[in-house]
Write a protein that binds this ligand. Structure first.
Ligand code: UT7
Length: 325
């Protein structure tokens, strides 16, 4: 039997030039390098330059992903940009990326699922490709969270950073076995009862302002590990794979303690976990493709590897996707 599979055929990323260290942050708010490292694992993060927009980051990541895939912009007929920090309320940042890449065919739209945006994007793009609505997609996670942080609030401003990561996903006809390349399964969840635990206190319809990120960190932390491990178990159940079968675990990079807690609960091998939170902070929808690119760039993640992606964030939203690279 032949079936359509959505295969990741290229990946690329971009980080703004400027890094902001914990030591610098300690001169801005009442915090210390020790506190940030012990509670989160973060040592530094990248911050977009004045005038550098989310779409600028996304375009650079997309170009790198296209080069990695050996493809040209005109080979793409779908762009999905996962972001909570769009250039404007509308048009979608995805169409700015589309025009920046010189693409005039196909369609482009933004996807808003906060830190879960990239995993939601994998599920969405997979569905669109397998139903034939598009043939080859760019899925981009791009964020400038530095623009929505309250830089006087030490409980949030030390946690986030800017960046972008992108993958090219192509519909391929395949036998469709678990050993064939592609997105094997995706499991997405949300629960709006938690919407005020991590939110932005502004918006076009409510305040007509952009607003700042607000978070009950402890509450998010409390739910994170169980939500993450639940959807990962769903992915294992759907495919018959177990923790031992994974080549790599590429989690959303919010907090080292959340990642370590999930790894222990699932019985994963800590040597198979890609960690970038120390260097990038939490880049929301960009964190997973940035971590994926780091793992590919240093030769750890290779074609044919079985990789589990997971994320949890504002909403709450959460999800996991199991991919044969
Ligand atoms: O992308 C998904 C969304 N985000 C997350 O996943 C984040 C989830 N939450 C977390 O990662 C953690 O809850 C935080 C890192 C945000 C906080 O860690 P915590 O261990 O839960 O600390 P806490 O909020 O209980 O605060 C402990 C103490 C408090 O002081 P008191 O009340 O004990 O005197 C805070 O005021 O640490 C204080 N504190 C800080 N101290 C130094 C809070 N932020 C800072 C800071 N520097 N930056």
């Amino acid at each position: 039997m032949v079936t359509l599979r959505s295969v990741i055929v290229g990946a690329g990323s971009y980080l703004p030039e400027r890094t902001l260290t914990n030591a610098e942050l300690a001169t801005m708010v009442d915090t210390t390098d020790d506190w940030i490292v012990q509670r989160t694992g973060i040592r530094e993060r990248h911050i977009a330059a004045d005038g550098e927009l989310t779409s600028d980051l996304g375009i650079k990541a997309a170009r790198a992903a296209l080069a990695d895939a050996g493809l040209a912009p005109h080979d793409i007929d779908l762009i999905v940009c996962a972001t909570s920090t769009p250039d404007n309320t509308f048009p979608a940042t995805a169409v700015s990326i589309q025009s920046g890449l010189g693409i005039t065919a196909g369609f482009a739209f933004d996807l808003q699922a906060v830190c879960s945006g990239f995993v939601y994007g994998l599920g969405t793009v997979d569905g669109l490709l397998r139903t034939g609505l598009a043939k080859r997609a760019l899925l981009i996670g791009a964020e400038t969270f530095s623009r929505i942080l309250d830089w006087t609030d030490r409980t949030t401003c030390v946690l986030f950073g800017d960046g972008a990561g992108a993958v090219v996903i192509e519909a391929q006809e395949q036998p469709g076995a678990m050993t064939d390349r592609g997105i094997l399964t995706t499991h997405l969840r949300s629960d709006g009862r938690h919407k005020m635990k991590l939110y932005v206190d502004g918006g076009p319809s409510s305040t007509q302002t952009v607003g700042h990120l607000r978070m009950e960190g402890k509450e998010v932390f409390k739910h994170a590990v169980s939500m993450i491990t639940d959807v990962i178990k769903d992915a294992f159940r759907a495919t018959g794979y177990t923790a031992r079968d994974l080549d790599w675990f590429v989690p959303h990079q919010a907090n080292r303690r959340i990642i370590d807690g999930s790894v222990i609960k699932l019985g994963l091998d800590p040597a198979k976990v890609i960690i970038t939170v120390d260097k990038h902070g939490n880049t929301s929808a960009a964190s997973i493709p940035l971590a994926l690119c780091a793992g590919i760039a240093d030769g750890r993640i290779k074609k044919g590897d079985l990789v589990m992606f997971e994320a949890m964030g504002g909403g709450f939203t959460w999800g996991a996707s199991l991919v044969r690279m």
